[in-house]
Design a binder for this molecule. Structure first.
Ligand code: NCD
Length: 290
């Protein structure tokens, strides 16, 4: 059975750091394995641009053959269950199955029943392990360490699997993590700080997308009002520390959580995060199929 990755909280800190170190080697073109005898299936039951296609690129860079699933053209339309769909792909004998699904902890029903390594590409509002790994890789490239750094995660915390995963793992690696945003997006169990003071004192300002598709009702606020109150505006960016960076898992609502022109400003690492996503996914695939 392959080595699955459901959550980062399942992994000790040393293993997380060793996956990032491996990704840094791949980033430099060092020691890239050849898995041309291996097959990956990408099963994205929820929309995805970055995670899906960077897994695809990672698989191609490792020489794997790739099967991509289109839920709209599948037997899901004949009421086939999620479990039976994954089990069907597993019966074809792939080495890795990458899954994204809207249900939190969807992987629990698969554990022990699937032979391929299951790599979690995001479960509902729960976990997004490869996104956090690429966030950590970006931070390590920038600062060389994690201990003592401060990160503010700001915006739609409650619907964000990225926030939930990053909060836990960053703290475990010795970082200070605070959350900020409107009360209706915050969670009591996570440390909170006033956004303006957090922007001034953080090494990493991580903005999150307002996830309208996961909201039960419309936000009682316009995009402009949200931007002024909780977005990283041009004025707020000026108050950031000299060496501080801007991150965002993307997709970005330009002009809402982030001023349009900050997307590619000198502090922004948003497209760097996407590049790093390929290398951490190569490392996670290698760990899964070896
Ligand atoms: C995030 C996700 O899907 O969890 N995107 C991503 O994977 N880079 C965040 C989001 O959709 O806002």
């Amino acid at each position: 059975m392959g080595k699955s990755l459901f959550t980062l909280s399942d992994l000790p800190a040393e293993e997380i750091v060793s996956i990032i170190d491996r990704a840094m080697m791949f980033c430099q073109g060092i020691d890239i394995p050849n898995f041309s005898d291996k097959i990956a299936c990408n099963l994205f039951f929820e929309p995805s641009t970055r995670t899906q296609y960077s897994f695809n690129v990672a698989e191609v860079r490792l020489g794997m053959r790739v099967i991509s699933f289109n839920p709209a053209a599948s037997s899901l339309n004949k009421a086939e269950s999620f479990y039976d769909t994954v089990k069907t792909f597993d019966s074809f004998g792939p080495d890795a199955i990458v899954i994204r699904h809207s249900e939190n902890e969807y992987y629990k029903q698969l554990e022990g029943y699937i032979n391929a390594a299951i790599l979690n590409g995001g479960d509902g509002t729960g976990n997004h392990p490869t996104q956090s790994l690429l966030d950590l890789m970006t931070i390590k490239q920038e600062f060389g360490h994690f201990e003592g750094l401060k990160c503010v995660i700001a915006g739609d915390i409650s619907h964000s699997r990225v926030a939930h995963t990053d909060y836990e793992v960053m703290r475990r690696l010795g970082m200070e993590v605070v959350t900020a945003g409107p009360d209706f997006f915050l969670e009591d169990s996570l440390k909170q700080e006033d956004f303006d003071s957090a922007v001034k004192t953080s090494d990493i300002v991580m903005m999150l997308r307002v996830q309208h598709e996961r909201h039960a009702s419309h936000m009682a606020m316009t995009a402009e009002e949200y931007h002024r109150a909780y977005g990283l505006t041009l004025e707020r960016e000026k108050t950031m520390k000299d060496k501080a960076i801007i991150m965002h898992p993307a997709p970005v609502n330009r002009g809402v959580e982030l001023a349009d022109s900050l997307m590619e400003c000198p502090r922004a690492r948003i497209f760097k995060q996407m590049s790093n996503g390929v290398f951490v996914r190569m490392a996670v695939l290698e760990r899964g199929v070896l």
